[in-house]
Design a protein around this ligand. Structure first.
Ligand code: SF4
Length: 390
């Protein structure tokens, strides 16, 4: 229905991790903030004309150069709060990308959020095609890392949602494919553009970056937090386990960046007053859902201002685990609360179209590496689960 899948009009040489403002061809409104755009256009036109071009691109969706391709596919599923739309944008191969994977697409999801008074929409964006982190519960991990995205390709996801799909976006979460702190400068540059008041103008407090806990990337982001306006950025940490033994099996990053170091980083984070982390916890039956796990988790997080966001596991393709039963989800939440831990349940949306949390990824690019099943962990954890239930 849409376009040539190999063509991507997001122009310009890719020089990670930052956009090269003085390279040819000139930066587009998609790739830079308005002041950088005006500086780049200074030789060609007055500043007010350049600013008008920048604003009309982002606000009115005028794209005479065809910078943002239309989605190649849109999949819609229903939820209690409205339709969940996953869409795919084509991106070209770049130097350094794997060549064995065919056409590349980046996946994004528009998620309705209903409150008492209104329904708003959150856009879940990807920062990479694929991911190198290898989390065992995640579909994206099975692709391996294909290539990082350019800041323009992250902003293009917002532009496509806003102008191709006509959806006003209230919040943006970096929770799609990829680890955003793998290329922390790219993520920072994309956020600069998304928050530009002459561009998308998304308030900083409505953007959330989710990380597995890459300590080097977090250290870099902490410096950024000290700059004006950045303390309102929200940070989500994928915790997913109460201890190193379980976490290292679910998340290989934990072997080199263990929980003690991560918790020390979180305890010293330069938060704004009343700021807090979102600690994401993917609840996997028989792996990390025992009462003892809730107790241990609450104890580990006791000095960290945070809300534990319990995410009922959304099975990836060929998953060794099923989704948890509702009873077990509520039992785990109650146990956290009994320990004095503030927590919430993430509502499941988009599971039918592989659009839910942890399910993004192209089946045709799946890396055929065997993602190890945590057999010993599963059996021992199952034992404790049985004990919980008896
Ligand atoms: S959960 Fe996130 S960091 Fe882990 S493999 Fe999936 S996309 Fe990468």
């Amino acid at each position: 229905m849409l376009q040539d899948r190999t063509a991507c009009p997001i122009q310009g040489p890719y020089t990670p991790p930052m956009v090269q403002l003085d390279s040819a061809p000139e930066p587009t409104p998609l790739a830079v903030t308005h002041d950088a755009y005006l500086a780049a256009r200074a030789h060609a036109e007055p500043a007010d004309l350049a600013l008008d071009r920048y604003e009309s691109f982002h606000r009115a969706g005028l794209d005479p150069d065809g910078l943002v391709p239309a989605p190649t596919r849109i999949e819609t599923t229903t939820s209690d709060e409205g339709p969940v739309r996953k869409f795919l944008l084509p991106v070209p191969p770049r130097p350094g990308a794997r060549r064995d994977v065919g056409p590349l697409e980046v996946e994004s999801v528009i998620i309705p959020m209903r409150s008492r008074h209104e329904t708003t929409h959150t856009l879940c964006v990807s920062s990479q095609v694929g991911c190198a982190m290898g989390c065992t519960f995640c579909e994206t991990a099975q692709m391996g890392l294909v290539r990082p995205l350019h800041p323009a390709e992250i902003v293009a996801q917002w532009w496509a949602a806003r102008h191709h799909l006509g959806q006003f976006i209230r919040n943006i979460v970096f929770m799609g494919m990829g680890e955003p702190l793998d290329q922390v400068e790219t993520t920072i540059e994309a956020i600069r553009i998304l928050t530009d008041h002459h561009g998308p103008a998304i308030p900083m407090k409505r953007i959330t970056v989710s990380t597995v806990g890459r300590l080097d990337g977090m250290a870099h982001l902490r410096e950024q937090f000290l700059k004006p306006g950045w303390r309102k950025l929200n940070l989500a940490i994928s915790i997913n386990a109460p201890n190193d033994e379980i976490r290292s099996q679910l998340m290989p990053v934990n072997r080199s960046m263990p929980m003690d170091d991560l918790i020390a980083m979180l305890e010293t984070w330069p938060f704004r007053k009343n700021g807090k982390f979102c600690c994401e916890y993917v609840l996997i039956p028989g792996v990390n859902d025992a009462d003892a796990h809730a107790d241990e988790l609450a104890h580990r997080l006791r000095n960290i201002p945070c809300c534990v966001n319990v995410i009922p596991y959304n099975p990836r393709r060929d998953s060794p685990w099923p989704a948890p039963h509702e009873d077990d989800v509520w039992r785990f939440l109650s146990r956290l609360e009994a320990n004095g831990q503030f927590c919430k349940r993430r509502r499941t949306k988009g599971r039918d179209t592989m659009a839910a949390c942890g399910q993004l990824g192209a089946a045709h690019i799946r890396n055929r590496r065997v993602i190890p099943r945590v057999a010993s962990l599963t059996s021992s954890a199952l034992t404790s689960r049985t004990a919980n239930q008896s």
